[in-house]
Ligand binder design. Structure first.
Ligand code: TYD
Length: 215
């Protein structure tokens, strides 16, 4: 069976990890080998870069340095983890990928979405997801959802709402530019409803890939 690469994207507090976990369970129950991973992270060097860029108190990190740290973590993740798993025929489900850099560093930090797209295409050696599930969340709602939990906000989360509004718009622009590679869902729908929509779209994609593989 052909491998598949799926990314979950969206603003902070959109519920990506919940949906990624539900999809992983559905697919492994159906007999697929699933690899769940996240960014930044997924490799030993990626996890170190993650704490460097997300934890408070590392000293000033300017926008370009931040973009390069995320891209460095992604380069390792793509070449050491994602590409080999897809080549083995597994389904890789990642919580965030390059679109997060395009939205957060390109739009949010103002580095420009075109440059950040190019940087990440190079870093990931041209590896892009087969499908990206975008859980669209309004900034105020995202903040409410994440602070209702336990967690303290990391360096990026604690940015103001207008930063998060720019990110939201950038994600929606990416999806609108390539609708065949995105599934956009309102993050405030019921968990089961979202999981159903994601499951249906992935089933379609797997069928399509299976037919292509057989042809
Ligand atoms: P996330 O995985 O959502 O962390 P947590 O679930 O622990 O809050 O992502 C961490 C933050 O990093 C999030 O605010 C988005 C940001 N980020 C970027 O700015 N650029 C990137 O390329 C990635 C992958 C994440």
């Amino acid at each position: 069976m052909p491998g598949l690469f799926i990314a979950f994207e969206g603003g902070d507090g959109a519920g990506k990890s919940t949906q990624a976990a539900l999809l992983a369970k559905t697919l492994s129950d159906a007999g697929r080998t699933v690899l769940r991973t996240r960014e930044p992270g997924g490799t030993p060097v990626g996890e170190k870069l993650r704490s460097l860029v997300l934890d408070h108190g590392q000293g000033e990190i300017d926008a370009k340095t931040e973009a390069l740290i995320f891209a460095a973590a992604r380069a390792a993740h793509a070449s050491q983890v994602i590409a080999p798993a897809v080549a083995r025929g597994e389904v890789v489900i990642t919580d965030r990928y390059a679109d997060s850099s395009i939205a957060y560093q390109g739009a949010g930090r103002g580095l420009g979405t075109a440059d950040i797209t190019k940087l990440n295409d190079w870093a990931a050696s041209g590896l892009w997801p087969d499908l990206t599930v975008l859980l669209d969340v309004a900034p105020s709602e995202g903040r409410q959802r994440r602070t209702a939990g336990d967690a303290a906000e990391d360096r990026l989360e604690s940015e103001p709402d207008d930063f998060h509004a720019a990110i939201r718009a950038a994600f929606l622009d990416l999806a609108a530019a390539s609708p065949e590679r995105y599934l956009v869902l309102p993050a405030n729908s019921a968990v089961e409803e979202l999981a159903g929509a994601v499951g249906r779209r992935i089933a379609e994609l797997l069928q399509e890939r299976g037919r292509q593989g057989a042809a």
